[in-house]
Design a protein around this ligand. Structure first.
Ligand code: PLP
Length: 360
């Protein structure tokens, strides 16, 4: 078990621009049902760590998720610069796009979304429902583009058009994964350490889905700044693109340090977990489907097919491979995304739930 290090928890974020709308702190809960299920599958008590879940699916902004924390800082930065439009981008089923558009509404500014068809799925549920449906409610302008079009170029064009029309647009990068967005997870690191201290344990590892890298970067920076670098921050590569992810997380860490006016970490401090991304971003795996069902049945908690399902699959696989002990405390960071379930209807239509049909 990692030794709690001596630390004073003092917020490094005090003087930064921030627009408050997230429901914080999110709960930190035990996952005893999941732990028991793993024991019943043949593991020994000594082989299964104490399992916790950090409920960032409950951040409250338009269905919750990790982007709410980041966007508090991105939108705060935008408002402080007089922005009247937010421009951002993502995939057709982007959780970031949904939450950005909702955050813009909360802040009273308009939002343009550049949405890329970046997954080879042509079904109605993927193209029209889930996050994409909700974008219709929040966004002021939606530009859909194909896989071969460069989303940054189109976003720049929209930005220029708005500027030319006399507006003050503000660009939020993919996933809000720059140093400004990453500040949201510096804040989360502090919140987690405080919650763990109240429950009298120190987290040995935090396991989470990582994609554009800002969530992991913010947590790594936050833990280091708060002298808790002995907590492993395990980013599960959900896109099967580990080198790009590793670099993206390192870049965001540098930028987070820069935003905080601190000297950056030079050494490679990023832990990326391979093997659960399957064929790539947004493409299902058997292990992800199993993990979603396990969490639903053992804990009554929803995960999603693109991020959190693959992240839990990685944690379960590590536990089954006996890489932890019962003396360790492991937190699964639930980063949200559950609207994504509706975009992958065919995966869960025929799972073996007994259905009783009563003739009318
Ligand atoms: C539900 C969910 N989990 C995890 C992530 C990964 O976060 P990041 O892009 O900061 O790596 C995302 C990003 O889009 C997400 O939507």
């Amino acid at each position: 078990m990692a030794e709690p290090q001596k630390r004073t928890i003092k917020s490094p974020l005090q003087d930064l621009d921030r627009f408050l709308f997230a429901h914080l702190p999110t709960p930190l809960e035990r996952l005893d049902g999941l732990r028991s299920a793993l024991l019943q599958q043949g593991l020994k008590d000594s082989e299964v760590p104490q399992l916790w879940i950090k409920r960032d699916d409950c951040t409250g902004l338009a269905g919750g998720g990790n982007k709410a924390r980041k966007l508090e800082f991105s939108i705060g930065h935008a408002l402080a610069r007089g922005a009247d439009w937010i421009v951002t981008m993502g995939g057709i089923q982007s959780n970031h796009a949904r939450q950005s558009a909702a955050a813009a509404r909360r802040a009273g500014v308009k939002c343009a979304l550049i949405l890329q068809k970046n997954v080879a799925r042509t079904e109605h549920d993927y193209l029209q429902t889930g996050n994409r449906l909700i974008d219709n409610l929040f966004a002021d302008r939606i530009v859909e583009i194909g896989l071969d079009t460069d989303r940054n170029t189109i976003a720049e064009q929209v930005f220029e058009e708005l500027s030319a029309a006399g507006h003050t647009p503000y660009m939020i990068p993919l996933g809000a994964s720059n140093g400004i967005g990453g500040l949201g997870y510096v804040n989360a690191a502090q919140e987690i350490l405080e919650q763990c201290a109240t429950r009298q344990f120190h987290p040995d590892a935090i396991v989470m889905a990582s994609s554009s890298g800002g969530t992991q970067a913010g947590l790594i920076a936050g833990m280091r700044i708060m002298n808790a670098s002995n907590t492993r921050i395990v980013g599960v590569d959900v896109d099967s693109n580990p080198y790009e992810l590793q670099n993206a997380v390192m870049d965001s860490i540098r930028d987070v340090y820069h935003q905080l006016g601190r000297r950056q970490a030079d050494e490679n401090v990023v832990e990326v977990q391979l093997g659960q991304g399957g064929p790539g971003y947004g493409l299902p795996t058997v292990e992800m489907c199993e993990a979603i069902q396990l969490m639903a049945r053992e804990e009554g908690i929803l995960l999603d097919p693109v991020y959190t399902g693959k992240a839990l699959a990685a944690l379960v696989s590590d536990i089954r491979n006996k890489t932890y002990s019962d003396e360790q405390h492991v937190i699964f960071l639930h980063t949200g995304g559950t609207f994504g379930l509706f975009a992958y209807q065919s995966l869960f239509e025929n799972i073996a739930t007994p259905i009783q049909k009563v003739p009318s």
